[in-house]
Ligand binder design. Sequence first.
Ligand SMILES: Cc1cc2nc3c(=O)[nH]c(=O)nc-3n(C[C@H](O)[C@H](O)[C@H](O)COP(=O)(O)OP(=O)(O)OC[C@H]3O[C@@H](n4cnc5c(N)ncnc54)[C@H](O)[C@@H]3O)c2cc1C
Length: 293
Amino acid sequence: MLNFDYRRPESLDEALSLRKEWGGKSSLLMGGTDLFLAIEEEVRRPELLIDLKKIRALSGLEEKDGAVHIGAAVTYSELIHSDLVHQKLPGIWESSRLVASVGIRNSATMVGNICNAVPSAESATPLMIRDAVIHITSASGSRSVPAVEFFTGPRRTVVKDDEIVTSISVPLMKGKFGESYVKLGRYRGEDIAQVATAVLVDENWNYRIAYGAVGPVPMGIPGAEAVLKGKKPAADLIEKAKSEVLNTVSPIGDIRASKEYRLHMCAVMFEKAIDAAVSRMETGAPAYGARLI
Ligand SMILES: Cc1cc2nc3c(=O)[nH]c(=O)nc-3n(C[C@H](O)[C@H](O)[C@H](O)COP(=O)(O)OP(=O)(O)OC[C@H]3O[C@@H](n4cnc5c(N)ncnc54)[C@H](O)[C@@H]3O)c2cc1C
């Protein structure tokens, strides 16, 4: 039988002292869209649930000091309805629209998504390509970890048992840029990614490329970024960069897709994602949110 205590602190300090006292026996609750399933399936057996939703300090969404700051309690619906996110973080806006369905997005948070840390987590790669930073606090101090260093294994992150993620900062881009997020699901609608590709290109032809669902953690593809660096992508460069992608990813076969299909789609989606990001930078089209696959 499921049996646990439940607390809903109204201040971060109160939550942090509960976290310090209960450590690994506690689980942090945001929207609960991942956590309740994990509890039901007995993957997680917390003795205490610390519900963070009432903590006002975690609910901010604002631009400040050259970055957009996303509080841990901000839901996907809030992100999608934010003009700030749409204009300044279009790749994050695009990917957020592809998470689950409206009902789930009304309670699911981006911080819950990355803390759950499945390899297909929708927000992981769009945050990685924007050099986002994750802010983490405990009763004894705070630290900030780049998104590229946050994931340590399937369902594992750098967050320790006495810590809480408080927010994510995404630096603003200077000059022109284009982004794209391409998600391959088995069907339209509520399905997690079989393969996901995120691309960022800036006006000096610097690229950031990341893949989700094709390895134990979401991964950047520095080899492909290096091949394309400083150049407008031509067919021969795309082929070389694609080889770097295929040499870096390590997909498995599971109920969603075979290993071979995932590898094939990594290559197909690479071209689509690069095309869309470059075209958006140069012409503004296709609009963010348009179907790319
Ligand atoms: C039907 C359905 C469809 C879905 N579709 C998608 C999809 O398309 N794409 C996708 O990526 N995901 C999908 N998900 C998964 C889920 O909705 C997301 O991962 C969601 O963003 C999790 O956020 P949450 O606020 O509900 O987190 P919760 O379930 O509350 O928490 C998730 C994990 O993060 C931890 N956590 C929460 N907040 C913090 C914090 N502040 N600090 C440290 N740890 C914390 C929790 O302890 C827990 O381990 C789907 C889920 C369902 C049920």
